[in-house]
Design a protein around this ligand. Sequence first.
Ligand code: ATP
Length: 240
Amino acid sequence: MSSPLLHLDAIDAGYGDFQALFGISLDVAEGELLALVGANGAGKSTLLRTVAGALRPFSGTVRFDGEDVTALPDIHRSRKGIGLVPEGRRLFPSLTVEENLRVGAATGRKGPWDLKKVYEMMPLVADRRTRKAARLSGGEQQAVAIGRALMGNPRLLLLDEVSLGLAPLVVEQLYTALPGIRAEGTTVVLVEQDLTRTFAVADRIACVLEGRVVLTAPAADLTREQVTAAYFGTLEVTSP
Ligand SMILES: Nc1ncnc2c1ncn2[C@@H]1O[C@H](COP(=O)(O)OP(=O)(O)OP(=O)(O)O)[C@@H](O)[C@H]1O
């Protein structure tokens, strides 16, 4: 078996004295789409931030493409191909859409994604290319944030609740972009609260409960009931 693109081993992480993640070990294969599910505060964003290098773990190892990147800051990880779309978008409000997108290309990575390709995939973004980010709706900003991450040609794209607070139609448009992203070979780890959507897109699902991964399995092998039970901590663990 080939080695996973992302390998997390015994990750403990948190903020100051507060520990949010406990002994997380997880692999993600190249080309796979893994969905992280769990209640608010379970530690999903903390996990993505640890992978992206926005947060240094207390202990444990993050390996990307076989290399130990645990000590590398986020900017170096993005050059290696880890792209994070954080919760809350975080565009530069005074820059135009196109200027924001160009910021994403600062990774210097070659690959399929450039302005033309992002505009092709998200016509909504293309239509607003000269508009200041501050003047966009929440859904438009989210689409630009995804486009910006793609401009860095990531091998691993981390999407943190990109549909949070958006109108259903806008969420639909964002999710329409996913197959095109995956068709380019991009590996995706996403956090999504909507279980129907999670089951529709995920190859594998990992449930996070109070800072621990309590269940991980191919989406096709799981029922909604099992995921919901893991979510609320009422999953009965049966030995094989
Ligand atoms: N910057 C921070 N400083 C201190 N504690 C934090 C910080 N960010 C998150 N936490 C805490 O870490 C824990 C995990 O939070 P995290 O945001 O990773 O959860 P989550 O599963 O992503 O939930 P949500 O869906 O609410 O974002 C929570 O108890 C949260 O209060």
